[in-house]
Design a protein around this ligand. Structure first.
Ligand code: CA
Length: 242
């Protein structure tokens, strides 16, 4: 599970220690010394997670977390607060500002990595390496393979071949099964931030995905929700499939 993590920390020794450990774990690391620099980096490209120190030289990490949560583009970024503060009231303030978790200094690199993993699993299941099985499909994010179980014999698996975009799309839809996603959400989460493609392109990839699934009689899993977007559901709703 390699993700891009933005570390916002003004103490360079701690910043470097965190960066080193995150890189060793296979993550892509960006570092900012204060909120202003972090803001510029976020404007440039959205990270998958922000490690945010509470005490920063310009505005506090707490205030910065609130700002991120208030904006449409940044409100869904997972945030872990780093702090030397240990009072219960501080912890509550951090969580109320929109932080997903809270790590108290000094912390071990192992603890930090475990917290990051837990937050990502909770907030972004499509970032997880775990195999997802739903509706007779079995998707393995590590090997990039999708198998279909035979209706009469679930242990008999047939591999289906998907292009990289269809794979990511299916992974996202399966990770958030039964939920409806707008085209804008799919654009953001599957294609990535700052990618300028038309909504219609999404429909093209959905159609391609359905066509591949049709060959194994699973096309009804990917449903159109009229006027809203798309959903992966094991309950077939005739009116919602176009
Ligand atoms: Ca600090």
């Amino acid at each position: 599970m390699a993700v891009t993590i933005l570390v916002v920390e003004d103490e360079h020794a701690i910043q470097e220690l965190i960066a080193l450990n995150l890189k060793k774990a296979g993550h892509i690391v960006l570092c900012a010394d204060d909120a202003e620099q972090a803001r510029k980096m976020i404007n440039n490209a959205l990270p998958d997670l922000v490690l945010l120190d509470w005490m920063l030289p310009d505005i506090s990490g707490l205030e910065f977390a609130r700002k991120l949560r208030r904006e449409e583009r940044t409100k869904a970024i997972p945030i872990i607060m780093l702090t030397a503060r240990i009072q219960e009231s501080d912890k509550i303030a951090g969580l109320e500002a929109g932080a997903d978790d809270y790590v108290t200094k000094p912390f071990s690199p192992r603890e930090l990595l475990a917290r990051i993993k837990a937050v990502l699993r909770r907030r972004m299941p499509e970032m997880s390496d775990e195999i997802i099985e739903v509706g007779g499909l079995r998707l393995d994010p590590v090997t990039h393979r999708v198998h279909v179980a035979a209706a009469d014999e679930p242990s008999r698996l047939t591999e289906i071949s998907l292009g990289p975009t269809e794979f990511r799309l299916l992974h996202f839809l399966m990770a958030y099964k039964e939920r409806v996603h707008t085209r804008a959400q799919l654009l953001d989460r599957v294609w990535g931030d700052h990618v300028f493609i038309e909504d219609r392109t999404i429909d093209v990839h959905i159609r391609r995905l359905r066509k591949i699934l049709e060959a194994v009689e699973k096309e009804n899993l990917v449903q159109t929700v009229r006027g809203t977007g798309y959903r992966f559901s094991i309950e077939y709703r005739e009116e919602s499939v176009e």
